[in-house]
Design a protein around this ligand. Structure first.
Ligand code: F6P
Length: 342
């Protein structure tokens, strides 16, 4: 049996831990051979491979990023995409694919399995934690840790100058990182995409915080939008590669806070620092367990399946369940955390 492995979409701390677990168990327990595909779906599309064996995965457990490279290439948008993939897999003698990715990568894997008979197993990955059917994705804990540390640091400089510090964190469609890091870091306001915000309300919270002689920290997810619609706080544009680029909600909000409260405000955009570097211990643990279970799915011929965390157990779910809809922050959870606002 030869198993192909690819990592697609935005990178995420813990990807290498999955790859290592898949290869270690696959070789040692089942005697499988492996083919690494470069840059997500680009690899099987163009037949670009990297050697993947025990020596290739040595020492990669604590390393961020992915030794296989990643891309947002979608073969369903490429000319003859499906045929090129099936031809390349046949030519390379690859019998099954372990696809490690988020919504897009797993969506493609689902269709390849269901409609074209390509045997794929899915491993969920995203720092955003917004994939359904799994309680957590690896990478999220690391991102929350990085954002929390940044918020801790920003408290002291905010207090020294009695300024508002606005921290923009990742989260295009969901506010999980903002919610967890904001709560852990003692933020005074947390703004998430699921709950359009009222700029006047934010300013009222900021003002009440100053009245209590504290400098406020506002955590805003990059995809958060204002309720009043009169402010274009979010700039959504396409870059040269056709990807949606969000910019500026943090900075625009800070300017608006200054204008409406008369208090000085500064913005910190954490950006890709949340995705880089070594995974937390928890993410290494989760990613490793996902990898071990994913290769068992291959052994069992259980394709179209994704491994998922439910409670403390790793379970198998239909891959389609993870991509059918995003897992967003429920209103009652946001309300619960809202007791700390202001
Ligand atoms: O989906 C993960 C994520 O990190 C989002 O939080 C963020 O909006 C996006 O990827 C950034 O993507 P890119 O690395 O392509 O700029």
């Amino acid at each position: 049996m030869r198993v192909g492995v690819l990592t697609g979409g935005g990178d995420c701390p813990g990807l290498n831990a999955v790859i290592r677990a898949v290869v270690r168990k696959g070789v040692q327990e089942y005697g499988y051979e492996f083919t690494g595909f470069r840059d997500g779906w680009r690899g099987p599309l163009d037949g670009v491979t990297v050697p993947l064996d025990i020596p290739a995965v040595r020492g990669i457990l604590p390393r961020g990023g992915t030794v296989l490279g990643s891309s947002r290439t979608n073969p369903l948008n490429e000319r003859d995409g499906i045929r090129r993939i099936t031809d390349n897999l046949a030519a390379l003698g690859v019998d099954a694919l372990v696809t490690i990715g988020g919504e897009d990568t797993l969506g493609v894997a689902t269709r390849l399995t269901e409609e074209y008979g390509v045997p794929c197993v899915g491993v969920p990955k995203t720092i955003d934690n917004d994939l359904s059917a799994t309680d957590y994705t690896f990478g999220f804990d690391t991102a929350v840790g990085i954002a929390t540390e940044a918020i801790d640091r920003l408290h002291t400089t905010a207090e020294s100058h009695m300024r508002v510090l606005v921290v923009e964190v990742m989260g295009r469609h969901s506010g999980w990182i903002a919610l967890h890091s904001g709560l852990a870091g003692g933020a005074n306001v947390i703004l998430i995409p699921e709950h359009p915000f009222d700029v006047d309300q934010v300013c009222a919270w900021v003002t009440s915080r100053f009245r209590a002689s504290y400098a406020p920290i506002v955590v805003v997810a990059e995809g958060a939008v204002p309720r009043d619609g009169d402010l274009v706080l979010k700039d959504r544009s396409l870059d040269a590669f056709g990807h949606v680029r969000l910019s500026g909600v943090g900075e625009r909000l800070a300017l608006e806070i200054e204008k409406r409260t008369g208090k000085e405000a500064r913005t910190t955009v954490l950006g890709h620092v949340q995705r880089g570097g070594t995974p937390s211990a928890y993410d290494r643990w989760l990613a490793t367990r996902f990898g071990l279970h994913a290769i068992d799915c291959v052994r069992d011929g259980d394709f179209g399946t994704m491994v998922a965390l439910q409670g403390t157990n790793i379970v198998r779910v239909p891959m389609a369940d993870a991509t059918a809809r995003l897992k967003t922050v429920p209103p009652e959870l946001y309300e619960e955390v809202g007791v700390f606002f202001g």
